[in-house]
Write a protein that binds this ligand. Structure first.
Ligand code: ACO
Length: 440
C-alpha cells in the first residue's frame, strides 16, 4: 500500500504529524526551516513500522537540511545565503559569489584578494593534463572531456583527496576546480577547431581570461566589451546554485560515500549533461534553428503549441510558477547585449517574437508559461559566440561553486550518512532455476 498524504494529520501545536497505517498509528516530528518551510521527519518510519515512502523523482522529499540557497517558486524568490539573486547579479562578481556560496559570507577584501591570487595560481594545466586532450577525438563532446578532466585533476593532487581536508587544502581544491574548469573548457573548444590552445593570462579577471582563452588567436587578441564580460559574469552568477536539483543531489549522493570533491563534482557534470537539466539552453537554440530552417513563423508555432503539437523549449518551469527571477535578470541583460553588439541574427528575431507572444497570449498566461532562464541564457551565449555544444559546459562552469558548497556542507555534517534510498520491488517473486535444455 502507498502512503497517502491524506493520512497525515498535522497538529501544529505539538509540531508532529500523525500517520495512520492499517492497524497502527505513528507520530512523526515536523521540522521547520528558517523561511517557514515545513517537513515531516520520517527518519524513524521504517524502523518503527516497516513502511517506506514512495516518491519517484523525489519532488516531495527533502534529502537534507541546507543553509546555502533558498527558493520560493510561487513568489519567484531566489537567495544565496540570504542575499537576493537580483542584488548579487547587479553588484557582485562570480568569484565573490562563489566565495559566498562556499563559505556562507561575502569575502573581506583580504579574502577576495587571496582567492583571486589562488585562482590565478591554478589557471594553468599540468602539461601531462594538457596531453590528455590529444587522446580525445577532436569532435568529442566537451561535457565528456570536462568530467573526465575534472577526475584527472584528482590524479595530479593526491594530497587533496584525504578524508580530513584542512581549510587551506580545501581552499586549494576550490581554486583548482574553479580555475581549471575554465581552462579545460576553453582548451576543449580550441582542440575541436584544430587550433593551438591559448594559455591563460594572469593579468585578466576570471571572465575576461576565459573569453581570452576561447576567442584569442595567435595573431589577434580578443578584447571583449564590458557588456560581454558583464553578461558572462551574470550568466555564471545566476547559474551558481539552485539547491537540490538533479546534479547537486548527485554531487551530494556521491560525496555521501566519502568520495573526494573532484570525483563528486565530476559526477555533477555528468548529471547536468542531460537535456532535462543543463541541456535545455542548447535545446532552445536547436529549436529556434529548426523553426528557422522549416521556414515557420512564431505565430504558426504558437498555434501548434496550443494544439499540443509542439513543446517550446525554454518555456515553463517546474518550481517557478509565476516567474523565474533569473529569467527576468537575463532578459534585460540579453536585450542590452544584443543592442550594443548590434547582432543581426534571424534566430534571435524568432526568439524575441516568441517571447513577446508568450507574455501577452491568454493560453500562455493561463498556464503561467513564460520564457525561463534557459531561454535567455541560450540567446546570450549565442550572442557572445559560444558554440551550442558548449552551452552545458558554460552552465557547469557556473555551477561549480554550488556543487562545491554542497559537498562542503555535507562534509561538515556530523549526521552525514551514506545515501541509500529504498525501493518497492515489483519484479517476479521466487522462481526455480531451469537448466538451459529445459527452457522453451
Ligand atoms: N511548451 C508548451 N506547453 C507547455 C510547456 C512548454 N515548454 N511547458 C508546459 N506546457 C503546458 C503543458 O502542455 C500543460 O498544458 P495543459 O494544462 O493544457 O495540459 C501546462 O503547460 C502545464 O504543463 P506541465 O507539463 O504540467 O508543467 P511542468 O511543471 O510539469 O513542466 C517543464 C515544467 C518540464 C520545465 C516544462 O515546462 C518543459 O518541458 N519546458 C521545456 C523544457 C525547458 O525549458 N526546460 C528547462 C527548465 S528550466 C531549468 O531546468 C534550469
Amino acid at each position: 500500500m502507498l502512503l497517502s498524504t491524506q493520512n497525515f494529520q498535522q497538529d501544529s501545536q505539538l509540531k508532529t504529524a500523525v500517520l495512520q497505517l492499517p492497524g497502527e498509528e505513528i507520530k512523526l516530528p515536523i521540522v521547520s526551516g528558517t523561511e517557514g518551510e515545513q517537513a515531516i521527519d520520517i527518519t524513524s518510519l521504517r524502523d518503527e513500522t516497516g513502511y517506506i515512502t514512495l516518491d519517484p523523482g523525489y519532488s516531495n522529499t527533502g534529502a537534507c537540511e541546507s543553509k546555502i540557497t533558498f527558493i520560493d517558486g510561487k513568489n519567484g524568490v531566489l537567495r544565496y545565503r540570504g542575499y537576493p539573486i537580483e542584488e548579487l547579479a547587479e553588484h557582485s562578481t562570480f568569484v565573490e559569489t562563489a566565495w559566498l556560496l562556499i563559505y556562507g559570507e561575502l569575502p573581506t577584501e583580504a579574502q577576495r584578494a587571496r582567492f583571486r591570487e589562488l585562482l590565478t595560481e591554478q589557471e594553468l594545466l599540468h602539461e601531462g593534463m594538457r596531453h590528455h586532450f590529444e587522446g580525445f577525438p577532436p569532435h568529442g563532446h566537451p561535457m565528456a572531456m570536462l568530467s573526465a578532466m575534472i577526475n584527472a585533476c584528482a590524479c595530479y593532487h593526491p594530497e587533496l583527496l584525504d578524508t580530513d581536508l584542512d581549510p587551506d587544502r580545501f581552499l586549494t581544491a576550490v581554486a583548482i576546480l574553479m580555475s581549471k574548469v575554465r581552462t579545460i573548457a576553453a582548451f576543449s573548444y580550441k582542440m575541436s577547431l584544430g587550433h593551438r590552445v591559448e594559455y591563460p593570462d594572469p593579468a585578466l579577471s576570471y571572465c575576461r581570461n576565459f573569453l581570452h582563452m576561447m576567442f584569442s588567436k595567435p595573431h589577434s587578441r580578443y578584447e571583449p566589451t564590458l557588456q560581454v564580460v558583464k553578461a558572462l559574469s551574470r550568466f555564471l552568477i545566476l547559474h551558481a546554485d539552485h539547491e537540490q536539483n538533479c546534479s547537486t543531489s548527485t554531487v551530494r549522493m556521491v560525496g555521501s560515500s566519502g568520495a573526494n570533491v573532484f570525483a563528486s563534482v565530476a559526477s555533477g557534470v555528468c548529471a547536468l549533461w542531460g537535456p532535462s537539466h543543463g541541456g535545455a539552453n542548447m535545446a532552445v537554440i536547436e529549436m529556434l534553428e529548426k523553426i528557422h530552417k522549416g521556414g515557420e513563423n512564431p505565430k504558426s508555432i504558437v498555434e501548434k503549441v496550443k494544439a499540443k503539437k509542439f513543446r517550446l523549449m525554454g518555456f515553463g518551469h517546474r518550481v517557478y510558477k509565476n516567474f523565474d527571477p533569473r529569467a527576468k535578470i537575463l532578459e534585460k541583460t540579453a536585450a542590452g547585449l544584443l543592442s550594443t553588439l548590434g547582432v543581426a541574427d534571424p534566430l534571435l528575431d524568432i526568439a524575441a517574437e516568441l517571447a513577446s507572444i508568450a507574455l501577452t497570449d491568454e493560453y500562455f498566461l493561463e498556464r503561467k508559461l513564460y520564457p525561463n532562464v534557459d531561454f535567455y541564457s541560450g540567446i546570450i551565449l549565442r550572442a557572445i559566440g559560444i558554440p551550442v555544444n558548449m552551452f552545458t559546459v558554460m552552465f557547469s562552469i557556473g555551477r561549480i561553486p554550488g556543487w562545491i558548497a554542497h559537498w562542503y556542507e555535507l562534509y561538515h555534517d556530523p549526521d552525514r550518512r551514506i545515501s541509500r534510498p529504498r525501493q518497492v520491488y515489483t519484479g517476479p517473486t521466487r522462481r526455480k532455476y531451469v537448466p538451459v535444455e529445459n527452457r522453451s
